[in-house]
Design a protein around this ligand. Sequence first.
Ligand code: UDP
Length: 319
Amino acid sequence: MKILVTGGGGFVGSHVVEAELESGNEVTAIDIASPSKLSHLEDRNGFNYVKADILAKDVLKPLIEDSDLIYHFAAIANVQTYVEDPLKVMSINIDGLRLVLDIAFRNNKKVVFSSTSEIYGKNLKVPWSEDDDRVLGPTSKQRWCYSSSKAIGEHMCFAYIDLGLRVAICRFFNFYGPKLDFLGRGRVLPVFLGQFLKNEPVTVVEPGDQTRCFTYISDGIDGILKVAHTEEAEGHVFNIGTNEEISVLELAKKIKIIGKFSSEIVMVPAEQIYGKGYEDIFRRVPDISKAKRMLGWEPKICLDEGLKKTIEWYKKNKE
Ligand code: UDP
């Protein structure tokens, strides 16, 4: 099978590229970044990397035409960027998907769309099943532009599904693992690990009892591939995540113990990290019964084990 992974140079994309190559498929990745997360695959048969913008239609069109399946992962998925550059978030996330769906539709290609747990916003009724309500803050808080851009994306997917396009949607819950982000940047785990490894204070955003369910990347990839290769999943949306809930403060303490670090853990106001456009999500927990029932998927790696592997990897790859 010929597979195209948009955003194939990113965290989830690069792991999907690797998994699909392992399954014996031909894989092309398109990404605006250099292929640093895939440098070990450079000479591998059946692998091709195109460095280009997702909005470059003349580059994208022949790649989609030449593929059987498209994973659309090219997106901005970084809280700092939601609050600092919302126009970029919306343009890449909405216009990029529109382009992919349009070309896929004209050529009858299957699409897997990467959506997000941010869709549910701050709905306090956890765990969230796929049809639960979305509860968002005001549009004056740019944090919500990512959630909204992905929700528009899902609406577009469902509109194309109605027209007959084969699309399946995955909502990721805080995937983590090797290659997540550069140390000290991006999501909370590399930020904390960067601080621990430099023996600097670890900044837990107040109040610290906000929770997440961190999903180890191999479990996430396993779920995504099941969504992609199960015919019954077409036309559906799936939560892909663990339901092992932990507060951000407890996460910092756990990393400190597992990594044998000595940084102090300090509480900081959100504004110090994100500026004014930020609002936090108090609890985030998926109901994964649909993925279990329809795909036979469930996560296998507990947080302690996943953190151990991730910390080891970051200790070896510090730059
Ligand atoms: N967070 C934190 N310290 C930091 C960065 C993030 O305590 O230096 C918190 C953040 O406020 C949120 C959680 O960690 O409650 C997860 O943040 P992340 O950026 O990983 O993404 P999110 O899960 O909010 O999409």
